[in-house]
Design a protein around this ligand. Sequence first.
Ligand SMILES: [Zn+2]
Length: 287
Amino acid sequence: GLSAASGLPTFRGAGGMWRNYEVTMLATPKAFEEDPGLVWQFYSMRRHMALAAKPNVAHFALAELARRKGDDGGFRTLTQNVDGLSVRANHPPETIDYLHGHLFDVQCFSRSCDYKVQDFRDPIIPELAVPLARQSLARRAPGPEQDSNAEGELVYDENASLQPVPREAIPKCNNLLRPGVVWFGEMLDEDMLASIDRWIDGGVDLCIVIGTSGNVHPAAGYYAHEIRRSGGKVAIVDLDVSAGGWRGGKEAFDWVFEGDASKIVPELLRPLIGEITMTENGDAAEA
Ligand SMILES: [Zn+2]
């Protein structure tokens, strides 16, 4: 939800396809073992699209709140987004937990190895360059205002053949690098979950759930429920709370804000962080 205003699709929905592959079949350890090059091509496309998007004012607002209130666990962000937009909004890393990892962490395929680096290159190696093509203007419906000199938009070329990806093992352990996201069938990081549990046990007086749904993302529902059960207040910001499948519906929250998270979140936080304005190149500037 936080990244919806940045124009990023999620790929998690049922029926999500990429080049005739079901996304749910590609985002698994088994798929990587069988064809790591193919899985990397899929993630190279995801990285390219995430880099084409820009953090919006809500990402910057949460990062600013973390800078002002994040010391000693005063404020913590738990995110299920893998798009790395909070990283690019300079969200202080010690105040945010990426529950599902993110696309720009690159780590060892072996679970017993802790090799992990952050890598924002696009492409990460030349063979993973995302195939792009100009959208054919001929296929578009003609309109009276159409400029005959206009070039079609650059879009992902589903028909281009993918280059073979060389197998380059990590020298120290001889394993392959994989995207640092949590795949279907994988557990979330145990140390991270234990740290979050300790933090919640320490007492949280306010939780703001931003644009997610209780059904699809159990983590958000679980933490909101735990915080409310132990006496904290819970607010939700979402386009359509009723559609979110929350147990108890709107009654599950102390406050409900329906609308675009990129507009509501900065407004809610303004008394604490002031006005966040965006420059034309997509950076945040404090007014
Ligand atoms: Zn390793």
